[in-house]
Design a protein around this ligand. Structure first.
Ligand SMILES: NC(=O)c1ccc[n+]([C@@H]2O[C@H](COP(=O)([O-])OP(=O)(O)OC[C@H]3O[C@@H](n4cnc5c(N)ncnc54)[C@H](O)[C@@H]3O)[C@@H](O)[C@H]2O)c1
Length: 353
């Protein structure tokens, strides 16, 4: 069975959850706990293997991937110890990768930058996953270009527009490569929960009058989102929630603040005001508390396996089904329920992309 060879651009908290999660499932072979799909086509999580990784920060660059995922400032949950993988994190161009605040806290590694395209080619990577911080469009686009030039499929977990950018999608079509994105959606995060609560209210005849959902977190990503990507995150999250409902009402969804002692925990506060029969009011006030990075794991592994199926089937350009299922800002938006149907139709070969 062919393995799925993955290269990672940005060894932060999300990459830590991905690497740890893959090793966790390799060790606990029969434990599909927490996964949405044990199989996507013929692929299981066990088929994912890492072949290259890039970062810029001292302590991560030059370290084995198994150690770099735990290097500061990464602070997500530790699930297990991993033996050396033989994959050494390589130095990439910084570009706009780190905000000034992050650069004040961190040291940039001083070793020379590698030729990312050549490393990707030599590693035999099938897919490059962009996991650089929010608010780093230059870095994200740089890696998208490298994937194109190295002949790798692309997954863009960041909010930079790549799978929705016609210039990029045309290039991926032209290069005969698939691309999925943008801005991955968590397994049970604020976006999916907000969409589902609003959906059940609408299905049960409630007229929603106003709603917001705001997040507070303590990971580096929350700091970055606050400093550099607050507006784009808010737009993507609000648009994602809006796409679930047949009518408009005042709606805000997004990140709101950084509280360092929360670590990689994210608290999401939901408020919904509506009315039911006789204009009787209904109010919902909820707090959801999650650990951010592991919350993206199950969806990302589904997306990885979906993109590999596209590669196997020589499907090129933006992947509608995989992106609608796994991302907040996909090339073609739909409801949560329909995105799942699209994904399963794609896996079964009933939907072309
Ligand atoms: N569940 C989730 O974790 C989740 C959900 C939705 C979206 N995302 C997206 O995933 C991305 C990563 O999130 P995270 O929590 O791991 O962030 P993070 O800040 O912990 O990690 C980002 C990593 O990228 C590195 N980096 C910065 N510039 C770079 C460059 N030029 N080249 C290579 N590496 C570079 C940083 O040093 C850091 O190690 C973000 O864009 C975020 O919006 C994650």
């Amino acid at each position: 069975m062919a393995k799925i060879k993955i290269a990672i651009a940005g060894v932060g908290n999300f990459a830590s959850a991905l690497v740890q999660g893959v090793y966790f499932y390799k060790q606990e072979k029969n434990d599909g706990l927490g996964l949405i799909y044990e199989n996507i086509g013929q692929y299981t999580v066990d088929d994912i293997e890492f072949v290259a990784a890039f970062d810029t920060v001292k302590g991560k660059v030059g370290a084995d991937l198994s150690k770099a995922i735990f290097a500061p400032p990464n602070n997500t949950m530790k699930l297990l110890d991993i033996e050396d993988t033989g994959i050494i994190v390589q130095k990439a161009k910084l570009l706009d990768g780190l905000s000034q605040k992050m650069q004040d806290i961190l040291k940039i590694d001083e070793s020379p930058e590698v030729d990312v395209i050549q490393v990707l080619k030599d590693s035999g990577a099938d897919i490059l996953i962009i996991m650089v911080p929010s608010g780093a469009p230059e870095a994200a686009k740089y890696f998208a270009d490298c994937a194109l030039k190295a002949g790798c499929a692309l997954i863009n977990t960041t909010p930079t527009s790549i799978a929705c950018d016609p210039e990029f999608t045309n290039k991926f079509l032209g290069a005969g490569l698939p691309v999925a994105g943008d801005d991955i959606m968590n397994q049970i995060g604020s976006t999916i929960l907000h969409k589902n609560i609003l959906q059940i209210l609408t299905d049960r005849g409630v007229k929603v009058k106003e709603s917001y959902c705001l997040d507070v977190g303590g990971g580096n990503e929350s700091l970055n989102a606050l400093e550099r990507a607050r507006k784009i995150k808010r737009t993507y999250k609000t648009e994602a929630v809006k796409s679930q409902l047949p009518y408009e009402f005042p709606l805000v969804a997004g990140s709101t603040d950084y509280v360092d002692f929360l670590g990689n925990t994210r608290d999401s506060y939901f408020w919904i005001l509506g009315s039911i029969f006789g204009n009787a009011p209904i109010k919902i006030d909820i707090r959801l508390s999650t650990v951010d990075s592991p919350n993206g794991f199950a969806i990302l592994t589904d997306v990885i396996r979906g993109v590999k199926l596209a590669l196997d089937r020589k499907i090129t350009g933006p992947l509608e089904s995989v992106s609608a299922y796994g991302f907040k800002s996909p090339p073609k938006k739909t409801t949560i329920q329909e995105s799942r149907v699209w994904l399963e139709d794609f896996i079964a070969g009933r939907k072309p992309n």
